[in-house]
Design a protein around this ligand. Structure first.
Ligand code: LLP
Length: 401
C-alpha cells in the first residue's frame, strides 16, 4: 500500500510518483516473453524521460529508443550502453544526425529517402559509416486512437515497402551506410495481437527478400505500442505477442528489438492532486483540483481515461462531476462525468496509470511550474525531480525594454 497521503504532505501536490518495483516487474515480464530468441528491449524514452527512470532501466539491461538528440544524451547520461541506443524520428536536424554519429550509437532509424541522403552525406563528412535501419510503414490499422496510429499510409511515418526496398539497395551499395536494421511501429496503446502479427508478417517478408540479395539485416525492430489497462481494456498476453512475432520470423536469425514505452512505465505512475474546492451550477457539479491539463494532458488531448481514487472517504459516490483544473480552457479536465462522493478542501485525489506520457507531455501553460517527481524504491521515497520555481519559469527570458 502506497502512503499517498504522507507523500502528498511531504512533497506537496500536484506530484508525480513512480513505483520503480513495478517498472522492474514489467521489464522482466516482457524480457521473459522474448526469451526463446535473441532480443533487446529499447525503452521509448518519450514515455518518461526522467534520468532516474532511465538509470533504473539501464541497470536492468535496457537500451533506449530516442526521438531527439536530447533523448540520446539523456540515455547516455543515465548510463545506457551506446550500442543499445537507437535514434528514430520523422525529422532530424543535421546537427542531431552529426551528434548521433559522433556518439557511435547502435543505429539511426531512417524515415524517408531524403533523410537517407542527409545521413549519408554527414557520415561521409565525418568519415564514418552510419549504421542504419529503415522504418517501414506496413499499412496496418492498429485499432487505437487516431492520434496515436502511425502504421497507415496516410500517416507521416516511415516509408512504404517499395520505397524501403529501393532505399536498402542504395544503402547496401553506399560506402557510408550500413543497413543493419528493419523497423516498424504501427501505433500506441494497442490491445489486440492481430495488428502486430499482420505487420510483422509483412515486414518479415521484406526481411527475407533482402536476405535473398545478401542484405544482411541483424535487428528486427517491432516498435512499441503494447497497451495497458486504464479502465476496462484487456491487454494482450505478452506470450502470444512474442509468439506471433517469432512465428513470422521462422528460419531467420535476427535479434528481435522491441521499443516499449507505456508498457514499462505507465502503470507505475500516479499523479497526486488536492481538491481546491467544489462548485455547482444548475447543470453540473465541478470539483476543482490543483492539477491541470498542463500537468497531465492525456484526458484533454485524447479523451483518455485515468482511473482515480479519492483518499480517506467511506462515503458513497453521490453524483456525476467533472474533475477540472485551474487553467482557463474548457478542455481543462482530468475526468469528465464521473461519480464522486462529497469532497472538501485539501482532500487528496490520486490519478492512476500516469507514468507514461504524463510528465513528459507537461508544460508551463498559464505560467504553472512543472510538478515534482518522486520515485518509490522498495517502498522508500526519493525525490527525482524538484518542483519548478517561479525563477525557473523566467530564467531564460531577456529584458529587451
Ligand atoms: N517506438 C516509436 C517509434 C514510437 O513512436 C513510440 C511512441 C514508441 C516506440 C513507444 O510506444 P508505446 O510502447 O509507449 O506505445 N502521447 C501518446 C502516445 C504517443 C506515442 C508516440 N510514439 C499518449 O499519451 O497516449
Amino acid at each position: 500500500m502506497i502512503q499517498f497521503k504522507t507523500l502528498a504532505e511531504k512533497y506537496d501536490t500536484p506530484l508525480y510518483v513512480y513505483d520503480f518495483n513495478i517498472i522492474t516487474e514489467n521489464f522482466n515480464n516482457l524480457k521473459n516473453a522474448f526469451k526463446a530468441r535473441k532480443s533487446m528491449l529499447c525503452y521509448a524514452v518519450k514515455a518518461n524521460s526522467n534520468l532516474s527512470v532511465l538509470k533504473h532501466l539501464a541497470s536492468l539491461g535496457s537500451g533506449c529508443d530516442c526521438v531527439s538528440i536530447g533523448e540520446v544524451n539523456r540515455a547516455l547520461l543515465a548510463g545506457v550502453d551506446r550500442y543499445k541506443i537507437i535514434y528514430s524520428g520523422v525529422g532530424k536536424r543535421d546537427v542531431e544526425i552529426k551528434e548521433a554519429l559522433e556518439r557511435d550509437i547502435l543505429m539511426i532509424n531512417l524515415e524517408s529517402e531524403e533523410e537517407m541522403y542527409r545521413v549519408e552525406q554527414i557520415a561521409k563528412d565525418l568519415n564514418v559509416t552510419a549504421r542504419i535501419s529503415i522504418r517501414v510503414n506496413p499499412n496496418i490499422d492498429p485499432k487505437t486512437h487516431p492520434y496515436i496510429s502511425t502504421g497507415l499510409h496516410e500517416s507521416k511515418f516511415g516509408v512504404d515497402l517499395e520505397s524501403a526496398k529501393k532505399m536498402y539497395l542504395y544503402a547496401h551499395k553506399s560506402s557510408a551506410l550500413n543497413p543493419i536494421g528493419i523497423h516498424f511501429h504501427i501505433g500506441s496503446q494497442i490491445t489486440e495481437t492481430s495488428p502486430f502479427k499482420e505487420a510483422s508478417v509483412i515486414i518479415a517478408d521484406l526481411l527475407r527478400s533482402l536476405k535473398a540479395i545478401n542484405i544482411d539485416i541483424k535487428f528486427f525492430d517491432i516498435g512499441g505500442g503494447i497497451g495497458i489497462k486504464y479502465k476496462d481494456e484487456t491487454p494482450i498476453l505478452l506470450y502470444d505477442y512474442a509468439q506471433a512475432i517469432f512465428e513470422s520470423l521462422k528460419g531467420t536469425d535476427v535479434t528481435v528489438l522491441c521499443e516499449p514505452g507505456r508498457y514499462l512505465v505507465g502503470n507505475s505512475g500516479y499523479l497526486l492532486t488536492k481538491v481546491l474546492y467544489e462548485k455547482k451550477n444548475d447543470k453540473k457539479r465541478f470539483v476543482i483540483i490543483d492539477a491541470a491539463m498542463n500537468d497531465l494532458i492525456r484526458p484533454s488531448l485524447y479523451g483518455a481515461y485515468h482511473d482515480f481514487e479519492l483518499l480517506d472517504t467511506s462515503d458513497e459516490a453521490t453524483s456525476l462531476v467533472d474533475i477540472v483544473g485551474p487553467i482557463c480552457e474548457t478542455g481543462d479536465f482530468l475526468a469528465k462525468d464521473v461519480l464522486l462522493p462529497p469532497v472538501k478542501h485539501d482532500d487528496v485525489i490520486v490519478f492512476k496509470s500516469a507514468g507514461a506520457y504524463g510528465f513528459t507531455m507537461s508544460s508551463n501553460y498559464n505560467s504553472r511550474p512543472r510538478v515534482a517527481e518522486v520515485a518509490l524504491i522498495d517502498g522508500e521515497d526519493r525525490m527525482i525531480r524538484a518542483r519548478e520555481s517561479f525563477d525557473d519559469l523566467i530564467k531564460l527570458e531577456r529584458d529587451f525594454l
